[in-house]
Design a protein around this ligand. Sequence first.
Ligand code: ME8
Length: 510
Amino acid sequence: MKKKKYYISTAIAYTSGKPHIGNTYEIILADAIARYKRLEGYDVYFQTGTDEHGEKIQTKAKEQNKTPKEFVDEVAGEIKRIWDIMNISYDKFIRTTDKIHEQEVQKIFKKMFDKGDIYLGEYEGNYCVPCESFWTESQLIDGKCPDCGREVTLRKEEAYFFKLSKYQDKLEKLFSENADFLKPESRRNEMLNNFIKPGLEDLCVSRTSFDWGIKVPFNDKHVVYVWLDALTNYITFLGYDVDSPSKEFKKYWPADLHLIGKDIVRFHSIYWPAFLWSLDLELPHLIFGHPWLLSNNDKIGKSRGNAIYADDLVSKYGVDAVRYYVLSETPFANDGNITLELLEERYNSDLANILGNLVNRTLAMDKKYFDSNIENPNIYESVDDNLISYAKMLPSIVKTKMDSLKISEAIEDIFELLKRSNKYIDDTTPWVLAKDEAKTDRLKTVLYNLLESIRVSAVLLRPFIPETCDKIFRMLNTKNTGFDTLDFASLETGNKLNDAEILFQRIETK
Ligand code: ME8
């Protein structure tokens, strides 16, 4: 049977500096979803990359006495290096300075112009350089940029405009009729009531005040607005072409999920649909504006001095501890928080105690009592129910949570099986069974149930902490690691366990 496709993308990070743990959270979240979908049997295409044009980047390069290209090469390399350290299973890492993209953006601009959706006009307005956005007087908050709160400057330029106003009714209809287009619900209401309903103005889509961008093909005084350039990455790198779209494009578009942060929902849910309609293309199925990760409950920023970097954390705690922390700490709709103290606490309580200890104790007992043999004589007692019935239900519980993007809840539900396993040890007291020869088969069963619960947990945890789960599979000496092996009691008998290794060494905290 042909596999169903699943196209997931992240926002493309600005190459303005090293990404902090907040930006890194997004890619880890996307990776977890992509890995989960692959295990479910989807033909996944996972795209990420870097957003490299614009005035902000040109200015940063100048500050460092570098050409913009030298600067973005360096930063894009650093971003990719961190994504790789985080074990991100992207299929394509794209860069908007890639020639293929630049050429296609020019074709797209021309197509929109020929169609009458882009026209030449004049712009006078308040401009925010960091956000690369013009604002009308009424949009400003206390005279400052409504997005970032910084100073704006008055600017007048000849500019091309995209007829966003033409798509007003279509957007209103989209937001009113399709509850599943933008999540969470709160973002949908915000877009509809604060931006769409008050009336959409045409969007300025070219700039003449700097030149680090893609030139407008028929007027090279202008460069294309960086958001028109950036948003189209989702189609250009799949081989979209205004004349002859590629096979890959036809296969994967529309995207199933654009995963982005809460601050850029407006660009993705209002501008992007209008651009796609202008090109007569289908809209993505879902846009998810995830919450932010805060540092010590404050916005993360280099200038605030509270930036935390993923690579530093990984060298101290290991990749899976960082993945685990950010995924379980940032729920569906509310911001998460990170401090080293919190991370160490969760590391010890969840990873070292609940997971690591369980694996170690279980393997140690099996070694001691049965020379590491895996056997299952199936001597049932009612105390097994609490563990086994939950293990049997767990895959569908996790599926429901993952389908609604409640990642932290899915992880919590899997950890519940590990907690029940620890309790099962206390309830069944294997060390007491070991003293009674008549109970040998019961003891084997108890250990089998534990090993199997560990295996089921590892199969389900693998999208989140892949390296750790692979270690567990090696210790369990099992080939049954896929979602098609989630039926309880699928751990092969007759094998021997491999030697246990410490998964998470406890951290001594102050
Ligand atoms: O916005 N916690 O790039 P960017 C979680 N180039 N996510 C965070 C975060 C935090 N503390 N801080 C930022 C851009 N993010 C554009 C995107 S897409 C066509 C163009 C998220 O480098 C942010 O919300 O500023 C965004 O989704 C991503 O990191 C990249 O941010």
